[in-house]
Unconditional design. Structure first.
Length: 386
């Protein structure tokens, strides 16, 4: 059964209205968010401040068919004017601006979805949590890969004890697009501390590893030891980072995040080893997950078949052999968030309804960046996570 059919049986609501900050002409991720939201038709874009350049905002708004009267020169103006008119705001700006923009919309009483990282400082992330709780609002952080059906299948297998107690985790996210040169507009802001914050490769990619492991396994980090390299001459932020991790249950982990791994495109991958088995999952092959049992037999399960646990299978959109990917994963996050907003507005939302990455996930991502930067700066020493 499709995700739309499943949800319509449990809850029915009208189309919500949303606004976007960032994502103007020339940006990458804003268009991804809009397309992902559009897949289910549950929310309509009605307003925006798409750029710090007013002309870009107007151009983008016209292309999207928006009312020029609802296109704004600043996010502050937009938050004030759209309070009570939109159901949620989507924030897809550069990293250092996330906190102020999210805070403005929360204080206006508007639910928020923010691209990761949640913020650039731990105190900022904690303040967003406080405001969200005080206002009784909902907040999602778009760790996009967590929306994959097989990602959620792995999570359910581990929760059910399929591989026993976790002993070791290996995670990597190599890219090669910044092995040389500046990477154009997308590379420029990621390499600039004024836009990206205190980390580049680890903040952009390593946080996906951290979140993937945390959401799949439930493991909590006890301490980290990081070596953050600036391989290409002249760079001020890391472009290749390696992190050793110790978890609270005594398990060990090793993460590698790189933007200079020539030949690698976008290859997030984790291997999780337990006392009764092991699991492998990666975004290159996100239609499948591989499980190895104590008998050594390797079994690959594919999305669209009955082997996928029902908690994950309900997010499938297409039959087997009809590939689902990045847009569908992001859409699954939005679909659940939008349903939760509808239930919240109707006063029927339950904690178990929430199945998207939230503020605690975002806070852990910010902590991970800071602890790794601290470890590397102090000579690659162990640093406590909390």
């Amino acid at each position: 059964m499709s995700i739309s059919a499943t949800i319509s049986e449990s809850f029915t609501a009208g189309v919500l209205k949303y606004g976007m900050v960032g994502g103007g002409d020339g940006a990458f991720i804003g268009g991804v968010h809009r397309k992902a939201i559009n897949l289910d038709g549950k929310a309509e874009l009605v307003t925006g401040c798409f750029s710090r350049n007013p002309d870009n905002t107007l151009t983008t708004g016209r292309k999207l068919g928006l009312d020029p009267g609802r296109l704004y020169n600043s996010y502050e103006e937009m938050a004030k004017a759209e309070s009570g008119k939109i159901d949620f705001a989507v924030v897809v700006t550069t990293n250092t601006s996330h906190f102020a923009i999210c805070k403005a919309f929360l204080e206006a009483g508007i639910h928020v979805v923010c691209d990761k990282p949640l913020a650039c400082e731990i105190a900022q992330a904690e303040e967003l949590i406080r405001i969200t709780e005080e206002k009784g609002l909902l907040f999602a952080v778009t760790y996009s890969y967590s929306g994959n059906v097989t990602f959620r299948h792995v999570r359910e297998l581990i929760r059910a004890g399929e591989i026993g107690d976790i002993r070791m985790v290996m995670g990597e996210y190599p890219q090669g697009w910044l092995y040389d040169g500046d990477g154009g507009k997308q590379g420029a802001w990621r390499r600039d501390p004024a836009e990206a914050g205190i980390s580049n490769a680890l903040g952009d990619l390593g946080t996906h590893i951290e979140n993937t492991v945390a959401m799949m396994t439930g493991l909590k980090i006890k301490r980290v030891l990081a070596k953050m390299d600036k391989i290409v001459h002249g760079r001020v932020l890391d472009d290749n980072s390696v992190v050793l991790v110790e978890y609270e249950n005594g398990a060990s982990g090793a993460y590698w995040a790189s933007q200079v791994a020539l030949g690698c495109d976008n290859d997030l991958k984790v291997r999780i080893f337990g006392s009764k088995g092991a699991i492998e999952w990666g975004c290159y092959t996100s239609e499948e997950a591989t499980i190895t049992g104590e008998d050594g037999i390797r079994k690959t399960v594919r999305r669209g078949y009955s082997a996928i646990r029902p908690e994950a299978a309900r997010y499938s959109r297409l039959p087997s052999a009809h590939t689902e990917g990045y847009f569908e994963a992001m859409a699954n996050i939005y679909s659940n968030f939008i349903d939760c907003v509808c239930k919240h507005n109707a006063g029927v939302l339950k904690p178990e309804d929430i199945d998207y990455p939230g503020l605690e996930d975002g806070l852990n991502g910010v902590k991970f960046i800071h602890r790794c930067v601290e470890s590397s700066a102090k000579g690659n020493i162990w640093v406590d996570f909390d």
